[in-house]
Design a protein around this ligand. Structure first.
Ligand code: SF4
Ligand code: SF4
Length: 305
């Protein structure tokens, strides 16, 4: 009988690995975009309407200042400390307007804030449930009283949204929560949406806003690129975007439709159930290899490479 060499053994192990991957394949196939619930609320930011006034940023900070212990960010040249001028999201800023400029006549503003993902990485990563997603509204919210400051949510967010207050005595994670406990509670919509003078930030049911976004594209094909950002990225989001430029140029990441959060959770919950068979197979292969090695030694053959 032909004995098994180390090369054969490694080949078999490789085939076994492939078999295991084949077992795992249906996991990824079953974790495609699930979409958001019918009751989810959302925001539709239309970059072609935004005039860059940053009134939304000011309103966001004013309304959420106390709850999130935010501070104003002044430029060194602003001796009178009149203007809040954050350049990016930070431990003091939950939403920011940036400029993308190709020329004096070709440019776009773009708003950055939490996407309120359908399958949020921050929620999956948080070990103490300080990040939660409301199953009815879809709002992803932060609980400063539960947070232990590990910042796993920062690492897990595909949009690089959560920021940490490094300079505060009692630091918090800072990100948009659709003004859940402030403007949304008091006035039925986030402060940015209420304040925008250009009508660039629509707020309402996600299903309605998604239909509205596709309708705007259909009726104005020359104005928009034909895509609603946030519809499908990493399983979808409740912050939707329309724009005249490719979203990657505006600083929004190109992401797959599948959510890594959902995929890793799925693996955690299912792969170990099927672990017994591969372990048994590896054990059998190891026994065969040892038996053949012993046979070779008995016959006086050396190990090949
Ligand atoms: S954008 Fe980031 S912080 Fe916001 S819900 Fe998604 S993963 Fe969480
Ligand atoms: S308030 Fe409206 S127009 Fe002004 S920067 Fe914000 S989104 Fe743009």
């Amino acid at each position: 009988m032909k004995s098994t060499t180390r090369r054969d053994f490694l080949k078999m192990m490789g085939m076994t690995g492939a078999a295991c991957l084949a077992c795992a394949a249906p996991l990824s196939a079953s974790t495609g975009p699930a979409g958001e619930s019918e009751t989810a609320i959302a925001m539709l930011y239309d970059a072609t309407k935004c005039v860059g006034c940053k009134a939304c940023m000011a309103a966001c900070k004013r309304v959420n200042m106390e709850q999130n212990n935010l501070s104003y960010e002044y430029l060194p040249t602003d001796g009178d400390k009149l203007w809040d001028a954050p350049k990016d999201l930070s431990g003091d800023t939950r939403t920011v307007i940036k400029l993308y400029k190709e020329s004096d006549t070709r440019f776009s503003y773009v708003k950055h804030s939490c996407m309120h993902c359908t399958k949020p990485g921050c929620v999956s990563a948080c070990p103490v449930k300080a990040m939660t997603k409301d199953p009815v509204t879809g709002v992803v919210a932060y609980n400063k009283n539960a947070c232990i400051g590990c910042r796993y949510c920062q690492v897990a967010c595909p949009y690089n949204i959560p920021r940490f207050q490094w300079d505060k005595a009692l630091p918090q994670i800072v990100k948009c929560d659709f003004c859940k406990d402030t403007n949304l509670k008091a006035k039925g919509m986030p402060a940015c949406s209420e304040t925008c003078p250009a009508g660039a930030i629509a707020f309402g049911k996600r299903t309605d806003l998604l239909a509205e976004a596709h309708n705007r594209i259909k009726e104005n094909p020359d104005r928009y690129i034909p895509k609603v950002y946030g519809e499908k990225e990493v399983g979808g989001a409740n912050h939707l975007y329309l724009a005249a430029f490719p979203f990657q140029k505006l600083g929004l990441p190109e992401l797959k439709e599948e959510s890594p959060a959902a995929f890793s959770e799925h693996i955690q919950h299912t792969i170990y159930k099927g672990f017994i068979a591969p372990v048994a197979l590896y054990g059998t292969l190891a026994a065969i290899a040892l038996r053949n090695k012993k046979k070779q030694e008995d016959l006086g053959h050396g190990e090949d490479d």
